[in-house]
Design a protein around this ligand. Structure first.
Ligand code: ZN
Length: 272
């Protein structure tokens, strides 16, 4: 039937149909594409990022009792802690991880990690990873000693690099940058007799050029403070983490943070 002979109701219906047609065609298609992409990228991996675990009333310091409650929650809810090496093997070689994998990381290497966090991790039979500033080790008050680091390394805690001096890497020359990366790695390897393969960027700052030099220095991966979960689409030299802070209600904030990440990603969080 020619268009001009259609009644006005049919014309409106036809116009509406033409308007929604692209959505009818594209939505299921893009949803399917997104679902396929999600399954291709594998499971989401939670990486928690702490700094201090101490009885201080500052946002970077989680109270020991709150840290204990968070670890109890992870244990009771079927999370399994992994090492950075296990994360790397899973992302690059597809080796299987336990159900609900979580990597528990600490930046800076404060002595309270040994005094408070380490006994709690042991209580739950959990692994952890501490990124240390090598020039502070055993020289600065409130920082770990090599002796403490050695003991933890022997009991499920991976000691990795947070550079020599904790300078923001974007402000260094290439030579200074290489020295920070190579010397911290070498020092930990000599002191603890282990391979150091992972880095956490001081203050979280990095760019593609820095990531390339990190790779050339012999690191297999590097952690940022970019908020999100890790999966196969993640860049090994720009791994996302979920920071945990001391707040008015630390446990509620913790739950929101570990549960909100997948929601961010469902809304189209784009990895960079
Ligand atoms: Zn730091």
């Amino acid at each position: 039937m020619p268009y001009k002979r259609l009644g006005w109701k049919k014309k409106i219906l036809l116009a509406c149909l033409l308007c929604i047609l692209p959505f009818m065609l594209s939505s299921p298609h893009s949803m399917t594409a997104k679902m396929l992409q999600d399954s291709a990228n594998g499971a989401k991996i939670l990486i928690l990022n702490y700094h201090k675990v101490d009885n201080m009333n500052i946002s970077l310091s989680v109270l020991p009792k709150d840290f204990d409650a968070q670890m109890a929650y992870l244990k009771e809810n079927g999370y399994h802690t992994i090492s950075p090496g296990e994360l790397y093997a899973s992302l690059t070689e597809g080796t299987e991880l336990p159900d609900k994998p979580v990597l528990i990381t600490f930046d800076d290497g404060y002595a309270d990690n040994y005094i408070y966090a380490y006994p709690i991790l042991q209580k739950y039979d959990f692994k952890g990873t501490i990124f240390v500033i090598t020039s502070f080790m055993g020289t600065q008050k409130n920082y770990l000693t090599w002796e403490q680091a050695r003991e933890m390394e022997a009991h499920g805690i991976s000691i990795e690099s947070h550079t020599v001096t904790h300078k923001s890497l974007t402000e260094l020359s290439d030579d200074q940058l290489r020295a920070e990366l190579v010397n911290s790695k070498k020092t930990i390897e000599e002191k603890l007799n282990k391979q150091v393969e992972f880095l956490a960027y001081p203050t979280g700052t990095y760019n593609l050029h820095i990531a390339q030099i990190v790779k050339e220095a012999g690191y297999k991966g590097a952690f940022t403070i970019k908020y999100g979960n890790v999966d196969k689409a993640s860049n090994m030299y720009a791994l996302e983490r979920v920071p945990v802070f001391h707040t008015e209600n630390t446990f509620k904030s913790f739950l929101e943070r570990i549960q909100y990440v997948p929601i961010f990603e469902r809304l189209g969080w784009i990895k960079s």
